[in-house]
Design a protein around this ligand. Structure first.
Ligand SMILES: [Zn+2]
Length: 136
């Protein structure tokens, strides 16, 4: 089971609430314009050295593929569904499909919200994108 949606100021530092939804802070390469999330310190496409500026990108896109997980470390109760989502602003992001069992399939429109999926040994929250199906 996951904890409630992060809200207010209790959200990951690379997410920001904006326009009634959530945006991700990605890195943007000034040489080739590649955007990456999680943000990177150098460009994985062209090799440009950083630091790379951070830019907000919409956390919405289409499911590229997904897989059901039945065995995981104890802190991640199963089953759950991992998905790669091609965001509208470029990056392909790994997260989870929110509904259980999932209602989104390959090619469906989704938007992400941050959720706490576990805790570190020190009790700090571990966040992951949760993708919710969007009706079109
Ligand atoms: Zn680049």
């Amino acid at each position: 089971m996951t904890e409630a949606l992060a809200s207010g100021t209790d959200h990951p530092t690379d997410w920001e609430p904006r326009d009634g939804g959530w945006w991700l802070l990605a890195s943007r390469c000034e040489r080739c314009a590649n955007r990456a999330y999680p943000a990177a310190d150098h460009c994985h496409r062209c090799g440009a050295e950083g630091p790379l500026p951070r830019v907000p990108i919409a956390a919405s896109g289409r499911v590229y593929t997904h897989t059901r997980v039945h065995a995981a470390p104890a802190e991640f109760p199963t089953p759950y569904t991992l998905a790669y989502v091609d965001l509208d602003d470029g990056p392909r992001v790994l997260g989870r499909l929110a509904e259980e069992p999932p209602t989104a399939g390959i090619g469906d429109r989704v938007r992400a919200v941050p959720r706490v999926v576990g805790r570190t040994a020190q009790g700090e929250p571990l966040h992951a994108p949760y993708f919710i199906r969007q009706e079109v």
